[in-house]
Write a new protein. Sequence first.
Length: 665
Amino acid sequence: MSEMFKISLPDGSVREMPEGSTPADVAAAIGPGLAKAALAARIDGELRDLGRPFDGDAELALVTSRDEEDALELARHDFAHILAEAVQALWPGTQITFGPATDDGFYYDVMAPEGRDPFGMDDLPAIEEKMREIIKADKPLRREAWSRQDLIDKWNADGETFKAEWAAELPEGEELTVYWSGEDWMDMCRGPHLPSTGKLDPQAFKLMRVAGAYWRGDQKNAQLTRIYGTGWLNKKQLNQHLMRLEEAAKRDHRKLGREMDLFHLQEEAHGSVFWHPQGYKIWRELEGYMRRKMDGGGYREIKTPQVMDARQWEQSGHWGKYRENMFVIPDEVPNTEDEGPVISGKADWMALKPMNCPAHVLVFKQGITSYRDLPVRLGEMGCCHRNEPHGALHGLMRVRQFTQDDAHIFCTEDQVVEETRKFCELADSVYKDFGFKYEIKLALRPEQRFGSDADWDKAEEELRQAVIDAGMATEEYGWEELPGEGAFYAPKLEWHLTDAIGRTWQVGTIQSDRVLPERLDATYIGEDGGKHRPVMLHRAIFGSYERFIGILIEHFAGKVPVWLAPTQAVVAPIVSDIDGYASEVLQQLEAAGIRATADLRNEKINYKVREHSLKKVPHILVVGKREEEDRTVAIRTLGEKDQNLLSLEDAIAMLKDQATAPDLK
């Protein structure tokens, strides 16, 4: 007689099931509707296959398409396997490697059979069709345990050298599992998977692109083809995603940056930005805005060196934790008569700063600071360099040289919560000025870290309490805690902005740090006359100017608020006889502090309007003979169909109001 297991369900009920029962059996016992809808199960919190038997008494939660996060992960994992199966069915002899789910889909790395060119975009339609065929066949997906050696022998017999190599390196004694798709195709995988391929919607995926990839990410190894796809639960979700991608392509800051003549990038300074006059106007407006915000918040602005001795970075801990991302240089002048760089090996090493923190500690340490002087808030528009991988660079969003709206607050233990609360409110005012919605996350201690558990407990609770005191630890602010995602020296609060098409961007942050003041021996004189360590709060709101400008361009699709626009208005006469009035209008606009130009070219007005609209000029002031006689202007506002006829005085008043930064109104 088999043993009976007690299976606890989310509604509080308990079902007794015989040994060997599966979550699918429980779903069937509850009802045919649930049996059909069930996709997988969470057993004691672990996501598992629907057909995997219980190990004993357990808590069970059945996963359906309503559990979208789990369902999407399962679907994308299955799409990846079906992609590999389809490629091998179409081109026997293809070797498969790995194929994980991603944030919006899946990919699989494969090697084409000997004698065939690597797979390309032209192959994707055939692969898609084969994938749909496999899905419609409703092939059962079955888990099976194998011994390590049997699996190695199987892969070698099938010519799967990559899989055999990987299996040979897995730990002895570890249970290895494979998943069969029907009876004729299998892949090594930990799972879980859906019960069958038919649980997928054959119209809910699309193969997007191919790229080169090296086996195990090492360029010394064989080059593979990575086939990317996007996968969803249904066709509606897929179409919405494709529409978002299309909209994102229109908003791409690199494309708009060229059209608006804002900046460019080139190999001669890979990962650094060449700002053009129009783009740098946006930068200057943002910098002026942030400087006013920081001045109002009691920050004192400083400027620190770009290059510092490696010993400073060793003492701070960055040399050991971050050196591969730092640009290091020898403290030695080479013999200029020799060809090429000359390094003797005897020189001391220096580094371009990847962050401003240690330099700010050195400023704080100058002189003697009393507890009465705290908090000390030091801010810097600090230029930093990080040696990001070549392939990771992406326009303004990921660069090697960037400038932060950086600041560090040195305070007593008793001041941490209040200073953090004030920062939460400052960040809130900034993001609201730009019209952003945001969520706040608390990133908690990582596995590898400096400092004691007691210090981490205290720092995490301080940040948590500050958000509570600011009234922001609520569902409205998307409050969430993220285990393991803090920096190696401190927990941090993160601000995640949501843009106009629903994408999120992590920008602002504040970190509560007791490690760096200790490592760099920062002290203040307490009320008792003794030396004490300050707590160091690292904080930024924009994050970096480069990335924040990129986000703004994409969020507003280039149509940034008038106060940020490089050119806020263009005066465009219909005929050259009106050039004199156009110049007068321009003079009055400039006198009112509006960034304006006049387009006096002998071109048709529609041509002028199209050209300036492409450059996202907010307002085009069209003037003709009637406007000159009436002392008016016809305003064409970007994105609006109809023009608005205003007196010159009213037009200037309107533009002056829109051209004023929100913190100055």
